[in-house]
Design a protein around this ligand. Structure first.
Ligand SMILES: Nc1nc2c(ncn2[C@@H]2O[C@H](COP(=O)(O)OP(=O)(O)OP(=O)(O)O)[C@@H](O)[C@H]2O)c(=O)[nH]1
Ligand SMILES: [Mg+2]
Length: 388
């Protein structure tokens, strides 16, 4: 850039106006033959560029120079030609600085590309946009490329479809709740506050009671908030289900015994902060008394990957057996779920995608979820009732 500006100066004089500069990268064959980028500068000795200074100031030739107060140049005390010369100099310095920064960005960009061809790099950036961490995005793309033939790898659609299949394979499924008529099955939902446990219990209860005609009962151990009990009672009344309120291990034992003739008992629990070790232990002893067949960890898909991982690890203490993800409709992207799905060791049971009871719930489908993560399908694109 400096050389180019020196040429401009030589050819057009030091008061020439630089109108535009850009770096032209070699394309096609030239690029593969190692041609270097070229610098293009558009300059004129005749064109007068509009000033960015206040109306009463004299015109300035080069427009990118910030106002005098910012750069400390006393324009008013200089003759116009000297001012223009110092502006060109300043511009040259700025351009040199800019090209250094661009070069640095390009080099770090190259490192993150790790020699990915263009179509793979495009997918790489899409995965990053979808909140997939860089390392995992690269791993997925590279393993997909190894799987595909040379020509397929160059087809962005095929590459994306292969990455989707890889994500799909990473997701293990729990299937729907294992309830069968005449055999009491107890399922507890645990998780942090506000993730949608009670709403999901209502969705499950309504589906199993009204659609599957199972004998369903509800137990709540959320006695910390009156509103929480009332919330579940309202659903119990609407769906016409028996409901027990439990606050001690002894009461738990009795409540479960009273419901022993039902097909399915759904247990709602108070939201716990995963960092509150005492409350987690309390929950653990209450659950131990109930001996649930399944303990679903309910997590909101809006949470960050690191918070999801930490929460899953802390709730493992209470004996979680499945993962249930809520609020898929609220998440801007879902790549944050991938580390959790890979590492938490829990199979995925249900996905919820809205506040509507009983509709906004579906048995998890790994293919659908993988395609949603990659933006190939929408969350609401596939609605599926609870299967039994
Ligand atoms: N958008 C959206 N909202 C949901 C979903 N599931 C639940 N909600 C909403 O999330 C809010 C909290 O839901 P609750 O069911 O009360 O959550 P909770 O986990 O029982 O909360 P605590 O009992 O306080 O721990 C409510 O406004 C629900 O309507 C979902 O899938 N999508
Ligand atoms: Mg609740």
């Amino acid at each position: 850039m400096q050389q180019a500006l020196a040429m401009v100066r030589r050819e057009l004089g030091s008061s020439a106006a630089v109108l535009h500069t850009r770096e032209v990268r070699p394309r096609g064959l030239a690029r593969w033959l190692g041609a270097k980028p070229e610098i293009e500068v558009v300059a004129s000795a005749n064109v007068s560029v509009p000033s960015r200074l206040p109306a009463n100031s004299e015109p300035v030739v080069v427009p990118i120079v910030p106002p005098p107060t910012q750069v400390g140049i006393e324009l008013d005390t200089e003759a116009p030609s000297a001012r223009a010369a110092s502006n060109v100099q300043l511009f040259a310095q700025l351009s040199a600085l800019q090209s250094k920064v661009e070069d640095l960005c390009r080099r770090s960009g190259k490192e993150s590309r790790s020699e990915l061809p263009d179509c793979a790099f495009q997918l790489f950036t899409e995965l990053i946009d979808a909140d997939v961490c860089e390392e995992l995005a690269r791993e997925l793309i590279e393993s997909a490329r190894r799987e595909l033939g040379e020509n397929e790898t160059l087809d962005p659609q095929q590459l994306k479809a292969e990455v989707a299949r890889r994500i799909e394979r990473e997701i293990t499924l729990a299937g729907p709740i294992g309830s069968s008529p005449g055999r009491r099955h107890l399922v507890a939902l645990v998780g942090p506050t506000g993730v949608g446990k009670t709403t999901t219990i209502a969705k499950l209860a309504a589906n199993y009671r009204l659609r599957e005609k199972r004998r369903v009962g509800l137990i709540t151990v959320d006695t910390y908030r009156i509103a929480a009990v009332e919330q579940l009672r309202t659903y119990a009344d609407i769906i016409d289900l028996p409901m027990e309120i439990v606050s001690t291990p002894r009461e738990m034992h009795q409540a479960v015994a009273r419901m022993s003739d039902l097909d399915l008992i759904l247990m709602d629990t108070a939201g716990r902060s995963p960092r509150d070790e005492v409350k987690i232990q309390e929950l653990k002893s209450l659950l131990a008394e109930a001996s649930p067949d399944e303990v679903h960890l309910v997590l909101s898909s809006v949470a960050s990957a690191s918070s999801l991982a930490k929460t899953a690890a802390q709730f493992a203490e209470v004996g979680t057996t499945a993962l249930l993800l809520t609020k898929l409709d609220e998440a801007a992207s879902l790549g944050n779920l991938l580390p959790l799905l890979r590492q938490c060791g829990l199979p995925l049971s249900y996905l919820t995608h809205g506040q509507n009871v009983p509709d906004d719930i579906a048995t998890a489908d790994s293919g659908h979820l993988a395609r949603v993560i990659l933006g190939l399908e929408t969350v609401a694109g596939k609605r599926q009732l609870v299967e039994t």
